[in-house]
Design a protein around this ligand. Structure first.
Ligand code: SF4
Length: 351
C-alpha cells in the first residue's frame, strides 16, 4: 500500500538528489526570450505548493477527484469508475503538432497522454487509452522526468491530456520537475467533467486551461457518456467559470505562443446533439466575448457510436457552417484559426 505520508517522504527524499542535465531555464527555447515565470513556481516561492500536493493526495484516499465521488481509497489499490490506480498511468508523451496553434508554436505542445478516464464517452476517439487503460504505471519522479524531457525538446508547454483522475500525481511531479528546472506553463487538457473544488486547488498552479464543453443538454450527456452522467453540463460549466476566474482570456508571448488563459473546445456533433447553439450563447453570456473558442469539425464515428442512430455518421458542411455562424452571431471574437479555415472551406463546398 502507498500511504500518503510514505509517498510524499519518498518523493522529496529522491527529488533532493535529482539532477537532469540541460534542464535549467537558460537556453530553454520553449519559453521564448522575455522574462516569464510559471504560476506553480510563484506558488512554491510563497511556500504554498507543497500544501497543495498534500491536499490533492489526501483526496485520493477517499477519491473525490471528480463528480463521481467514488470514495474509494486509490492509494490502497481500490478502483472507482475511472479504474485508475493510485499511480499515474501514461500511454505516451511527445511534442504534438495537432493541437491549437498557440499551443503548438514552432516546437510543439509537450503532450502527456494519461490512460483511463472519468467520463468515457461512447464516441471516444482514444478509447484504447481512455476506456481500456492501455499504458504504463509511473512514479511521480518518472512523470517529472517526462516533463523535463519535453522541455529539453523545446516544447512550449506541458499538455496534460485527461488529467482529472491523476491530478495529485501531476502536482507532485510538477513540484519535483520545477526543482530541477521546469519552466513551462502547465496546460490542463480536460474533458470537462470536473468538480469546482478540485479546480480551485489548481489556482496558482495551472497557467492554461483547455477544457471541453461537450454537451449542453443533460439528456444528451446521460445518453452518450457511460454510466449516464446527466450532470455533465452543469459540472463542466461551473468549472470553466472558475478556470476563467483564475487565468482569464488567453495571453500569448511575442511569438504568438500561449502562456496563460482559457481555451474552450467544443466538438460539433451530427443532428445538433452537442447543443452548439446553446454552447455559443452560454460562452457569450458567461465568459468574455474574446475567450479563445475552438469549434471543432472532426467528429468521427468511433468505438460504440455505431450503436446510436443520431451519432452514427460524420457531420456535414451545413452543420459545421451553421455552428460557426451561430458563434459569430453570439459575438464571439476569438475563434480558433484552424476552425475558421474549415469554416471557409465548408462554405465554398456549399456554394
Ligand atoms: S477520479 Fe476516478 S475514482 Fe476518483 S471519483 Fe473520479 S471516477 Fe471515481
Amino acid at each position: 500500500m502507498i500511504t500518503r505520508r510514505n509517498f510524499v517522504k519518498g518523493v522529496f527524499a529522491t527529488a533532493g538528489t535529482f539532477f537532469f542535465a540541460g534542464c535549467s531555464e537558460a537556453g530553454n527555447p520553449g519559453v521564448g526570450n522575455s522574462e516569464w515565470t510559471p504560476a506553480y513556481a510563484r506558488l512554491e516561492e510563497e511556500g504554498r505548493l507543497k500544501d497543495r500536493v498534500d491536499e490533492a493526495y489526501a483526496r485520493l484516499e477517499k477519491c473525490t477527484l471528480c463528480p463521481h465521488k467514488c470514495g474509494v481509497n486509490r492509494l490502497d489499490g481500490e478502483e472507482g469508475f475511472c479504474r485508475a490506480p493510485g499511480r499515474a498511468v501514461v500511454h505516451s508523451r511527445s511534442p504534438h503538432f495537432g493541437e491549437e496553434l498557440p499551443l503548438v508554436g514552432d516546437n510543439g505542445s509537450g503532450t502527456i497522454f494519461f490512460s483511463n478516464c472519468n467520463l468515457r464517452c461512447v464516441f471516444c476517439q482514444n478509447w484504447p487509452i481512455a476506456h481500456e487503460g492501455r499504458g504504463r504505471e509511473v512514479e511521480d519522479e518518472e512523470l517529472a522526468e517526462m516533463m523535463l524531457d519535453l522541455q529539453r525538446r523545446g516544447c512550449h508547454n506541458i499538455n496534460l491530456v485527461t488529467p482529472t483522475h491523476v491530478m495529485p500525481n501531476i502536482l507532485s511531479a510538477t513540484r519535483i520537475a520545477m526543482k530541477n528546472g521546469l519552466n513551462l506553463p502547465l496546460c490542463y487538457n480536460t474533458g470537462g467533467y470536473e468538480l469546482v473544488e478540485n479546480i480551485e486547488l489548481l489556482d496558482g498552479i495551472v497557467d492554461i486551461y483547455l477544457p471541453d464543453l461537450k454537451f449542453m443538454g443533460s439528456d444528451e450527456s446521460a445518453k452518450y457518456v457511460l454510466e449516464g452522467r446527466g450532470d455533465y453540463p452543469e459540472m463542466a460549466q461551473d468549472s470553466i467559470i472558475e478556470m476563467n476566474r483564475q487565468v482569464g482570456v488567453l495571453e500569448k508571448d511575442e511569438r504568438g505562443v500561449a502562456r496563460r488563459g482559457v481555451m474552450v473546445r467544443h466538438l460539433v456533433m451530427p443532428n445538433r446533439v452537442a447543443g452548439t447553439r446553446e454552447f455559443v450563447d452560454w460562452v457569450a453570456e458567461n465568459l468574455p466575448r474574446d475567450t479563445y473558442v475552438n469549434i471543432m469539425s472532426q467528429y468521427r464515428v468511433e468505438h460504440m457510436a455505431f450503436e446510436y442512430d443520431k451519432i452514427a455518421r460524420s457531420i456535414n458542411s451545413r452543420e459545421f457552417v451553421e455552428a460557426m455562424d451561430w458563434a459569430k452571431e453570439a459575438g464571439l471574437t476569438n475563434l480558433d484559426e484552424r476552425s475558421m479555415s474549415q469554416y471557409r472551406l465548408h462554405r465554398r463546398r456549399m456554394s
